[in-house]
Design a binder for this molecule. Structure first.
Ligand code: NAP
Length: 495
């Protein structure tokens, strides 16, 4: 395909990322869009266009649903052991190619290579975990209370699934859906984010090599996700929508799915509190805060968005955090030494800038960073603010960037009130040496996931998901993730 862009950066890359196909992947074929349209992909470190991918049309979306439907019977009837072995092979291939995949993620997303490597490992684990889950799907058998019959419950694949994913974890958000869907026996159509499509296509090539039959996974990119998703959901063969992204788009998609009574899983926005009590281990809390805040340069749904620190430890914590944040090396994501890469777009930088200015106007003090970095690329420096008002916009909106806003608190009750003062409920972090207090506060906080003396909780073996406006359903965990792609069939038996 002759592309109207200069791909020189890919040519210079030490890894052969240019060798990855990036056309629509439908029914095992690599295809241009039916009208030849393209979407440009930008390197956030420079602002330069580095690739272009097909801009799928309604016709292409219909072809993807057709391909998924054609493959559905064969895949659901494939023995669980065989499905498991194919998923295991996906895991192995991802691990073998982890450096190349990490470079590709870093290139299109901008995240530091060390974060990209972490993401590939995390993403691959969904295949390993779900390979193990695929052969552990069991049903139920019991006697009806009346004694007249037996109750048999069989769990079956839900059917064709539409999967929509964001740009902040281009590999992991895709494998977190594809792996359990395939383990359950479903076929899928993945619509990755327009900003980061290259990783999704690179993974599609890998699935086929691992033995995933044609049509079981289809991938398409589009600049018109609304109409295309609506058209796919309107096809009666589609039975599931699994979405990860912002709460606003999630709400719109729930309304769309309701028209056709389609099962939905929604992994939406977050506004995680990070609470440090006076008795916390200061170094451990600082280590945890750096991970919870700076993984992916703050572009994570679980990122610590509000940091509440008790008065007795406040000054030492604020000082320690600003020293660590100010020492981070900012730069192009693909450079080995980079610790904080660019934001995904100029618009993202502008939003962070607006939130910081608003907090400062309301009395926050800038301890480090605090203003946009000029020059090429979309950079915002690691920033620490103290005395942030609970009324500041950033206490209620996702910052999605390297800004750590600190607010002082006095009592446990006040910390809980602050933490729950949000419409979101995805993740929360607590640091205390008093385990009883930790468990008490964890049970009071309205969030789907709590890190107690830990700054990282993502784990394929644990149920990931939120409450309130952070979503519906869980991904990963024992039975949770895979259950989202199955439905119960009850058979009443008399014998
Ligand atoms: P987004 O704007 O909601 O986009 C997410 C996906 O939805 C993209 O593929 C996007 O396509 C697509 N989309 C946009 N409009 C659509 C529509 N009308 N119909 C169907 N699909 C549509 O979110 P984002 O900016 O990519 O990601 C950041 C958000 O995701 C944050 O709020 C973050 O907290 C959340 N997130 C949540 C989790 C979690 O597990 N809870 C994990 C990661 C991220 P285009 O790219 O083409 O616009």
């Amino acid at each position: 395909m002759n592309l109207p862009y200069n791909a020189s950066q890919l040519d210079q890359d030490p890894y052969e990322v240019r060798g990855f196909p990036h056309r629509l992947y439908i029914g095992g074929q690599w295809l241009p869009s039916s009208d030849g349209g393209l979407i440009e992909v930008t390197d956030p470190s420079s602002g330069a266009v580095i690739a272009a991918v097909p801009d799928a049309t309604l016709e292409d979306a219909a072809a993807a649903v057709e391909a998924a439907a054609k493959a559905a019977k064969g895949w659901r009837e494939t023995a669980p052991r065989k499905r498991s072995e194919i998923l295991r092979r996906c895991f192995e291939l991802m691990v073998e190619r982890s450096e190349t995949l990490a470079m590709l993620i870093s290139l299109e997303n901008g995240k530091a290579l060390r974060d990209a490597r972490g993401e590939v490992g995390y993403a691959a684990e969904f295949f390993r975990w779900n390979a193990e889950e695929a052969v552990r799907i069991t049903g139920e058998f019991g006697t009806a209370p009346s004694g007249t019959n037996r109750i048999v419950v069989d769990y079956q694949p839900i059917g064709i699934c539409v999967l929509v994913t964001p740009w902040n974890f281009p590999a992991a958000m895709a494998t977190r859906k594809i792996a359990p869907a395939l383990a359950a026996g479903c076929t899928v159509i993945l619509k990755p984010a327009s900003e980061t499509p290259l990783t999704a296509y690179a993974l599609a090539a890998l699935y086929s090599e691992a033995g995933v039959p044609d049509g079981v996974v289809n991938v398409l990119t589009t600049s018109t996700p609304g109409p295309l998703t609506s058209a796919m959901l309107a096809d009666p063969r589609v039975r599931k929508l699994s979405f990860t992204g912002s709460t606003g788009i999630g709400r719109a998609l729930l309304a769309e799915a309701a028209k056709h009574v389609i099962s939905c899983s929604m992994e939406l926005g977050g506004n995680a509190p990070f609470i440090v009590f006076d008795d916390a281990d200061l170094d451990a809390a600082l280590d945890g805060a750096m991970i919870a805040k700076m993984r992916n340069a703050g572009e994570a749904c679980t990122a610590a968005n509000r940091i509440y620190v008790q008065s007795g430890i406040h000054d030492a914590f604020a000082d320690g955090l600003s020293r660590r944040m100010a020492a981070l090396k900012i730069g192009t994501g693909t450079r080995a030494e980079t610790e904080c890469g660019p934001m995904i777009t100029r618009k993202a930088v502008d939003k962070i800038d607006r939130l910081v200015k608003d907090a400062v106007n309301r009395g926050a003090k800038v301890l480090c960073g605090g203003s946009v970095l000029e020059g090429d690329g979309f950079f915002y420096p690691p920033t620490v603010l103290s005395e942030v008002s609970p009324d500041a916009d950033m206490a209620h909106e996702e910052i999605f960037g390297p800004v750590a806003p600190i607010t002082r608190f006095e009592s446990e009750a006040q910390a809980i009130l602050h933490a729950n003062n949000t419409e979101y409920g995805l993740a929360a972090y607590l640091y205390t040496r008093d385990v009883a207090r930790g468990m008490r506060v964890a049970s009071e906080i309205e969030a789907g996931m709590i890190g107690l003396n830990r700054g990282l909780m993502s784990d394929p073996a644990a149920p990931f998901g939120g409450v309130k406006q952070s979503g519906l359903g869980r991904e990963g965990g024992q039975h949770h993730g895979i259950a989202e792609f199955m439905e119960a069939k009850y058979i009443a038996v008399t014998f």
